[in-house]
Design a protein around this ligand. Sequence first.
Ligand SMILES: NC(=O)c1ccc[n+]([C@@H]2O[C@H](COP(=O)([O-])OP(=O)(O)OC[C@H]3O[C@@H](n4cnc5c(N)ncnc54)[C@H](OP(=O)(O)O)[C@@H]3O)[C@@H](O)[C@H]2O)c1
Length: 199
Amino acid sequence: MKILLVGATGRLGTALGATLAERGHDVLGASRSDAAYPVDITDPATIEVLYERAGGVDAVACAAGSTPYKPLDRLTRDDYLSGFLNKALGQIELVRQGLPAIAPRGSFTLITGILAREPIVTSAAASVANGAVEAFVRAAALEAAPVRVNAVSPTVITEALDKYADFFPGFEPVPLERVVQAYVRSIEGAETGRVFELG
Ligand SMILES: NC(=O)c1ccc[n+]([C@@H]2O[C@H](COP(=O)([O-])OP(=O)(O)OC[C@H]3O[C@@H](n4cnc5c(N)ncnc54)[C@H](OP(=O)(O)O)[C@@H]3O)[C@@H](O)[C@H]2O)c1
């Protein structure tokens, strides 16, 4: 399959890209800093250029999307907006603009996270954005068929504990490899409208 991978240079994207390539797929890696396929998911014009450059694809996988973290009483309207514009609307736009570019039984796999269902202190804006992506996936799958739309929703990743352990006390982490396999299941399988919860 020809797979467009957004966020290909990150912790998750690097592992996912390597696995997809090992499995024989042609992976087009994209991110803000990529020379061949530059894209900023907060900027719809760059998504349009990305799809023009990529041409038709069999699958789009996203491993990009960030949100602000602050105590509830310090989160501003702009913080909520920035989390929504980046992680939620950025990924929704990848699907919206990607529908004409995707193969008839192709798939979109988006990234959310445990904060949609298990919030932590400082996560209100992140929880909102993740929850929006999951709601979108379930709704979009109804109308996108036979194109498939899924999300991967991991808890904190074992390999990221160096950065995030203090935010997730007592949470059992998930190994990066399991997260990668959830994408493989979404891309190579037949399911749609699924949020693959890991942890
Ligand atoms: N780490 C965890 O424990 C964990 C757990 C659950 C969910 N997640 C989610 O998994 C996703 C990936 O996490 P990660 O730890 O792999 O992140 P990461 O290492 O920071 O990588 C982010 C990737 O996305 C790209 N990117 C960032 N902003 C972008 C934008 N506006 N447009 C296009 N590309 C952009 C980055 O490259 P450029 O800088 O070149 O753009 C990079 O390739 C995030 O959405 C995160 O919330 C992570």
